[in-house]
Design a protein around this ligand. Structure first.
Ligand code: ADP
Length: 439
């Protein structure tokens, strides 16, 4: 309806203009002026409405559509609908983009997006840390100008990205091992992924060392046994000589047995569930009685023992593991303390409520440089002394493992020529009050 009126007005204005023009030839300026005024009316209206529309679009407040009528109202309405739809689409794309960025940021791996010139288009904060990058500073820099590791430069230029690249010690003075791989995407763009494999590499190295150590520890007694067997087989031996050889072979057999037993203990400790905070162990009862019996059997009267135990302090933990840890510390004290030495084992609660088990000996002591390494598997201060006394080199590793499973600390104090004190400190939560008479 309004559109028709507008069209009619335009037609009328055009006719008036034509009429005015013909009349003006005859000098009727008045008619010409009237025609111009009639034409200016709708044009002025359009001009005003278009400037209102411009302001509306600039203000970006799409809900407040300015009023218009007729043809213009229809145009305004369609414009508003198109603008609202595209605004919604843009918001949705922005949200998606933000979600992708957040997902990439949440990744534990370093991610760098490279364009077809290997320039950095984007990277996450993990990649910034791995490569010493700063996205603000290094955006659109070529990656090979920043990551100058020769292996990486070769990998990048080779364009053979099927296999990942392992870089040990990424960056100067760093121990970071990274597994890098490039994945092409879109038109010649590339995604560089970096995974931190430092712990994995350390674990692999430790496993390799461990297997090498175990093989070595097994091979020594085996070689000795094979030697004896060959001798018994090839030489005509007197019965007393044969007995002697068999006894020596038995010692080697025992060494191998102890080693396998300790290895099994370690393997079990690694796979068993953590000891619960239930089942109080009466240290003064079963544990100390057992330890004393074992100690006396091992010492064979060569040492003086003091076993001091606060019977009212119980320990929450695994009894077998506690026996093994306490037993290892006592057996070490016996094995390394010369005849006539004094060994004191104590169990009590300290002022902080922590459970404290300690073994003090009057043995040779250990010099300070060895102390931090004593709990490493197969670490020994004196290899032959350890072997002669039936040591496997795993005792303190087992103690440390059991301690950490009970959230306890192993502390070692030692003085050359004076003796050593090995102490296990259990958290207060693992100690309970017991009524001694009730045991
Ligand atoms: P081992 O089976 O050789 O005794 P451990 O792991 O129990 O292995 O002990 C590691 C090393 O710590 C021993 O080889 C020994 O040199 C030293 N050590 C442990 N306990 C004592 C101690 N009470 N006195 C002196 N040295 C000790």
């Amino acid at each position: 309806m309004f559109a028709a009126i507008t069209r009619f007005l335009l037609l009328l204005a055009s006719a008036a203009l034509l009429y005015g023009l013909t009349q003006s030839i005859w000098g009727n300026w008045l008619s010409f002026g009237t025609s111009l005024a009639v034409l200016a009316l709708p044009l002025g209206y359009f001009y005003i409405k278009l400037s209102v529309l411009k302001k509306y679009l600039q203000a970006d407040e799409l809900e407040n559509l300015p009023s218009a009528f007729g043809y213009l109202e229809d145009v305004f309405f369609r414009l508003q609908r198109a603008a609202l739809t595209s605004k919604k689409r843009i918001a949705e794309v922005e949200r998606q983009h933000q979600r992708f960025i957040e997902a990439f940021q949440a990744s534990p791996n370093g991610i760098v997006m490279l364009d077809n010139q290997d320039q950095i288009e984007w990277c996450n904060s993990i990649a910034e840390r791995f490569f010493g990058l700063s996205f603000r500073r290094d955006a659109m820099q070529r990656i090979n100008y920043i990551l100058r590791h020769p292996q990486f430069i070769e990998y990048l230029s080779s364009r053979r990205f099927e296999e990942p690249l392992l870089i040990e010690k990424m960056g100067s003075g760093s121990n970071l091992s990274l597994l890098l791989q490039i994945f092409p995407f879109a038109e010649n763009h590339r995604l560089l992924l970096a995974q931190d494999v430092t712990d994995l590499r350390k674990a692999e190295a430790m496993r390799r060392d461990f297997v090498a150590n175990v093989s070595h520890e097994m091979r020594t007694p085996l070689t000795v046994m094979m030697g004896f067997l060959e001798t018994v087989q090839t030489l005509e031996l007197e019965p007393h000589q044969e007995k002697e050889y068999l006894e020596l072979m038995m010692i080697q057999g025992h060494r191998m047995k102890s080693l396998v037993e300790d290895l099994l203990i370690l393997a079990n400790l690694e796979s068993n569930a953590l000891p619960a905070l239930a089942n109080p162990i009466a240290v003064s009862g079963s544990v100390f009685a057992f330890l004393r019996g074992d100690a006396e059997a091992l010492s064979q009267g060569r040492h003086t023992f003091h076993f001091e135990c606060n019977a009212s302090v119980g320990l929450l933990g695994d009894e077998q593991e506690i026996l093994s840890a306490f037993g290892n510390l006592i057996s070490n004290a016996i094995r390394y303390t010369p005849d006539g030495g004094v060994i004191t084992a104590q169990w009590d609660r300290n002022a902080k409520g922590q459970g404290v088990f300690s073994v003090r000996d009057t043995g040779p002591g250990i010099s300070a440089e060895h102390l931090p390494r004593l709990t490493e598997r197969f670490y020994r201060v004196d290899r032959s002394r350890s072997r002669d006394t039936g040591g496997t080199g795993l005792g303190l590793a087992i103690v440390k493992h059991i301690a950490s499973r009970h959230q306890a600390q192993l502390q070692i104090e030692s003085m050359l020529g004076v003796g050593s004190v090995f102490t296990l400190v259990f958290p207060a939560e693992r100690t309970v009050a017991l009524i001694p008479s009730a045991q």
